[in-house]
Design a protein around this ligand. Structure first.
Ligand code: GAF
Length: 394
């Protein structure tokens, strides 16, 4: 473990140095460096925009920013992942296709809230895989807002930064996401998971209390182009369910306030698809609270069962899985070294999250790679993650 930790630190330092060097080469200035992590979520999927609970953590995959003010009214941004440089005028911020949209969205939100955004140069690098459900977009948003906050002294709280990132995502890329990803990116703590109440935004840290277990992510390498539009549809379906529930139970402001009994009582008024979406969310909100108890008790087996139950609901009721992800979870179920597995994040591709006995991780990795490749003809990427700090500016 000590070796893995040292390796992680050396790797991070190397990424930071490379990003700084690239910045100096391109912009001939000294930047601040920001490390902005991706996230995992142990349980609580599609619950955040229903005012429910989530249990995420920041991880050792990061977007790295090098940023400096440039004394102009322009932003010049270079993305290492596709070696593309894009510039935009700070007086004409508008949605624009491509990765730059995430930066534009953040700048727009800051401007709308009355914060002066001066011209800046930046290099964006890092190792969060794009489209893998590890929330590279929240990492890009959180990294920029933290960098500008540092350079300009806005004195934003971490929660303000998260809310700015979320709103940027709503208004520019147009994904009506909940708060989980931006929250986790900015509030992560080493070896701690966070139970966030997405209604009042209060949260508690809990140690990841499963000794000798590793969090292993299996990337299906599937990236569904409908992910954002289908995500928004799921949100609308939940809202449609709330409307019907509200007519019978005025106290129901969101699915957080509903029980399965209430849902059953209005079932004949609900479209079948809406019923299935609501049934999943109501059960999932309850599972998160139960899972958190198991985590505190160190009850790995029961925690793992809940993860499998979540997958089942996401696949059959919420319909955000796909054959590749279902297969990865089926493979996990056949292995005694895996306590639980499920699709993670928005779905329609990306990763499964697996809790795997540490001394079996190598064997499990080989097993998954071989079977998956045989069935789907592509090699899954597998990441053995650790839980790390949220955004850091240096
Ligand atoms: C995506 C969203 F951005 C989150 O807000 C959350 O809803 C998640 O999907 C599903 O739990 O990552």
């Amino acid at each position: 473990l000590g070796v893995l930790y040292t390796f992680n630190i050396i790797y991070l330092i190397k990424m930071l140095q490379q990003t700084r060097d690239q910045f100096i080469q391109l912009f001939h200035n000294t930047p601040v460096l920001v490390s902005s992590p991706g996230r995992i979520n142990l349980i609580g999927e599609h619950t955040d925009y229903n005012d429910g609970f989530v249990l995420p953590a920041a991880i050792d995959k990061r977007i790295i920013y090098a940023v400096a003010l440039n004394g102009t009214n322009k932003c010049n941004a270079y993305a290492a992942f596709n070696k593309e440089q894009v510039s935009f005028d700070l007086d004409a911020v508008k949605p624009t296709p491509g990765w730059i949209n995430y930066l534009l969205g953040v700048v727009d939100q800051l401007q709308k809230r009355g914060y002066k955004v001066p011209g800046f140069d930046c290099v964006i690098a890092g190792d969060v895989p794009v489209g893998a459900g590890l929330s590279s977009s929240a990492a890009v948003e959180g990294g920029l807002v933290a960098a500008l906050d540092h350079l300009m002294g806005y004195a934003l709280s971490r929660m303000d930064m998260a809310l700015i990132g979320q709103k940027a995502e709503h208004t520019f890329p147009g994904v009506q996401c909940g708060i989980m990803d931006q929250f986790a990116n900015l509030h992560g703590k080493k070896d701690q998971v966070m139970l966030l109440d997405c209604r009042d935004l209060t949260y508690t840290y809990y140690p990841f209390n499963f000794p000798n277990q590793k969090i292993v992510l299996c990337n299906s390498m599937v990236h569904h182009s409908l992910a954002s539009s289908e995500y928004n549809v799921r949100r609308q379906q939940c809202e449609a369910g709330v409307k019907i529930l509200q007519a019978a139970y005025p106290q129901v402001q969101s699915l957080r306030d509903a029980s399965m009994e209430m849902l059953e009582a209005v079932k004949d008024k609900l479209d079948n698809i809406v019923y299935k979406r609501c049934a999943y969310v109501i059960a999932e909100i309850a599972r998160v609270q139960q899972a958190c108890d198991y985590l505190q008790q160190g009850n790995l087996q029961e925690f793992g069962k809940l993860m499998y139950a979540t997958h089942d609901g996401l696949s059959r009721l919420y319909e955000v899985s796909c054959p590749e992800l279902d297969y990865l979870v089926e493979l996990a179920k056949q292995r005694p070294e895996v306590a639980g597995a499920r699709v993670m994040g928005g779905g329609f591709g990306g990763c499964t999250i697996n809790l795997v006995q540490e001394d079996q991780v190598a064997a499990y990795t080989t097993y998954i790679r071989d079977r998956y490749q045989q069935k789907f003809g592509k090699v899954p990427e597998i990441y053995v993650t650790s839980i790390e700090e949220g955004v850091q500016v240096q």
